[in-house]
Design a protein around this ligand. Structure first.
Ligand code: HEC
Length: 179
């Protein structure tokens, strides 16, 4: 459980316990003052049920809201990456396995991508240069992915010569992973 969620949970649980104690106390007092009012157990029971509902709502919000925000942020990032590259990030993982990228790079979200020949491909979105060589623009990233040796004849990264559309799909994906 994240610290925020744990805090909300304990806050809600403490509020529930304090509320329950207060309800029992007040319903006893009320019954003593007005003997015709419902017995303390019944009042306290009703109050507890209401507090239970509040607790469930608090927990749902505490767990659901961060998940929703994360999902929205990820979707927004994917739309942004698709817009700047003209590629589809969803198509990239399988392309990166098929074209050997996974054998040389660690790439989040790509099965078996644990290669250590090249650097881990994380945080391309905030990197200034590609391979310390090309200014990091969507066009340059796609071009490097397609034809690395054209830009650095001595790099260990081969020119994969995949299609331009595929290199844009991969570039889009690389902009979505690692903040
Ligand atoms: C044979 C190993 C090898 C393969 C296969 C390979 N790369 Fe690389 N890659 C490297 C190396 C080594 C570097 C570092 C190049 C440099 O800095 O000169 C690199 C650099 C990169 C960079 C720049 C990283 C940075 O931090 O600037 C990207 C992006 C990249 N590779 C993507 C890919 C993609 C996508 C594929 C598959 C289409 C791929 N690579 C296939 C070895 C490889």
């Amino acid at each position: 459980m994240s610290t925020v969620r744990a805090r909300v949970f304990w806050l809600a649980a403490s509020a529930l316990a304090a509320g329950a104690a207060l309800l029992v106390f007040r319903s006893k007092k009320r019954h003593a003052a007005h003997p015709a009012s419902p017995p303390p157990d019944e009042l306290a029971g009703r109050g507890l049920a209401a507090l239970g509902i509040v607790l469930v709502l608090c927990l749902t919000a505490a767990i659901g809201a961060p998940m929703l925000l994360r999902a929205q942020a990820a979707a927004g990032r994917e739309r942004w990456a698709a817009a700047i590259t003209g590629g589809d990030p969803a198509r990239a993982p399988v392309l990166m396995v098929r074209n050997g990228c996974a054998g040389c790079h660690v790439i989040a979200g790509v099965p078996g991508a644990q290669g250590r020949t090249g650097p881990e491909l994380a945080g391309m979105g905030r990197q200034k240069f590609i391979a310390g060589l090309l200014p990091n623009t969507p066009e340059n990233l796609a071009a490097w992915i397609r034809d690395a040796r054209r830009y650095d004849a001595h790099t260990a990264m081969p020119s994969t010569l995949i299609s331009k559309a595929q290199s844009r799909d991969i570039a889009a994906y690389l902009y979505t992973i690692g903040r």
